[in-house]
Ligand binder design. Sequence first.
Ligand SMILES: Cc1ncc(COP(=O)(O)O)c(C=O)c1O
Length: 372
Amino acid sequence: MNPDHPVPLLDLTRYDEELKRAIACGVEGVFSSGRFILGAVNTQFEKAFADRIGVRHALGVSSGTDALLVALMALGVGPGDEVITSPFSFFASAGVVSRLGGRPVFVDIEPDTFNVNADRLSAAITPRTKVIMPVHLYGQCADMDTIQEISGEIPIVEDACQAVGATQQRRTAGAMGKMGAFSFYPTKNLGGAGDAGAVTTDDDDLAALVSNLRLHGEAERYHHLRVGGNFRMDSVQAAVLLAKLPYLDAWTSRRIAIADRYGELLWDAEMSGRIALPTVAAGRRHVFHQYVVRVSDRDRVRQKLAEAGISTAVFYPVPFHLQECFADLGYREGDFPEAERAAKEVLALPMFPQLTDDEVGRVAEAVLAALS
Ligand SMILES: Cc1ncc(COP(=O)(O)O)c(C=O)c1O
């Protein structure tokens, strides 16, 4: 392995020239319009994104975190309310609940998909459960069929921040629950040139509420119906995202092809129990925001890969119930053994659509060498 030719986890500089021109043209249009926030291009993007997801409404907001936050605000989450979610995700999935005075309630994950174990969900439901918020981690939907069956009247907010384009039985992430939240952070499968996000819903009233909440609850200039926030999406972000959206399906197909190739190259190692490759549950389309393997001696393997010039990452090393800021929730080590084991074993390998076949081969070769 040649560390002089490192393979990055992700390289955001490998831009197609045609796309670069489309983005430049879109951004130029924003400057010519003089509308930098919630301009016409935002409406255009919202319409295109809603169509892509298959919902009546998509509302552009300032980040994926704010998409989750404003969705929970629209559903009235407040002090004392419980929101059931996964203990194994990016911090925002639980942080937004606490910010509203609510209590995040965790349910352990399935070891193969890393998503919340839907069969354990009903035991966590109480009269205070206000929302169920599954996370579609790494680009694969949580078991929405079972979650919807169990949830009854309790609204579901899908944290689809990592799962744009993922499907379950032909239903799209962000279109299955009452509301969906997306992140367009630059590293996401559909990434902006800064922070941005979107809320999706089929519900006209909730869409109107989100639209109002993202403008400080303002009804007409300086007259406020409710306390909201500044959750608006910049027009430059909308222009970039609108230019990129037509590429999303091809990029996703390339991600899936890379995952298939990793699968072929690492198959023997999986058969001999040295590594566990990502599992795609029946009927689901995994969009491989991340390609995450499990290895029992993860830190040693990671170090070996780094020496070989292969960048990797650990998403996420500390489950929520063991985070210092959630100590007052009263959870302890051992409460969610699958999340705790995942936190020790997961390793994300390089994954982005512009990764070359040669690089995929070099990563696999280095992984095999590190495992031996
Ligand atoms: C699962 C999940 N939820 C929420 C977020 C928050 O999105 P953002 O970083 O755009 O605020 C992210 C982003 O990393 C995420 O991966």
